[in-house]
Ligand binder design. Structure first.
Ligand code: MLT
Length: 204
């Protein structure tokens, strides 16, 4: 997969896995990674699917309607890529925290829904429920930050609550941050997630 890797100065800090929204690329979220943990290594990946020229992490049939078969395939493809990248760049595969926005948050959610050890934690900005009706792996103690908008037209507050409920049901420890906005990423949620990250992963 197309990507950027930047080695950090603190090799004990989690490596940040940056996952862009629809139409973004591997450069989009680099400033966000800097904001959250400037000392951490960063692996920023570009989605392998194109929708009218816009990169995404999996196909959709319509807005908010995922192509489930492709989602499952692409989730495995990304998980396998993470295994390879950890070997190539020598970062700790077991200390990887996803930071995803919108479509990137949805593939990060799908990693959590399908693989017990894919992620050490996750920051999900405006995520949806990636799949319904499947048993989740044991996510005991996995810390997850969700940033959501009360007026998000793409991800309703009910869907945010449903996702939070499903993750908590699997044992994850979920911090939910609401803003009175829509689907956009706000400075307030970025700040809140950075504070949460530094606190949870003891970065002072
Ligand atoms: C998705 O397809 O993942 C969601 O609709 C979010 C987005 O617009 O990318």
């Amino acid at each position: 997969m197309k990507h950027v890797f930047k080695q950090g100065t603190n090799l004990d800090a989690p490596t940040l896995l940056l996952l862009h929204g629809t139409g973004g690329d591997e450069n989009d979220l680099l400033p966000l990674g800097q904001r959250i943990a400037p000392e951490a290594s960063v692996l920023s990946v570009r989605g392998n699917v194109l929708e009218n020229g816009m990169p995404r992490f999996f196909r959709r049939l319509a807005e908010g309607v995922f192509d489930e078969e492709d989602l499952i395939f692409r989730t495995k493809e990304l998980n396998d890529f993470l295994d390879q990248a950890a070997l190539e760049y020598q970062f700790d595969r077991d200390n990887l925290v996803a930071v995803g926005y919108s479509n990137g948050a949805n593939i990060a959610g799908s990693l959590l829904f399908h693989y017990a050890d894919a992620l050490k934690g996750a920051i999900l900005y405006h995520p949806m429920v990636p799949r319904r009706g499947i048993p989740l792996p044991d996510l005991t103690g996995v810390p997850i930050f969700i940033g959501a908008g009360t007026n998000d037209p793409i991800c309703s507050p009910q869907e945010t609550e449903e996702l939070s409920h499903l993750l908590k049901g699997a044992g994850a420890s979920v911090a939910l941050q609401w803003a009175n906005y829509g689907h956009q990423l706000t400075a307030a949620e970025v700040n809140a997630s950075a504070e949460w990250f530094r606190d949870v992963f003891d970065l002072g």
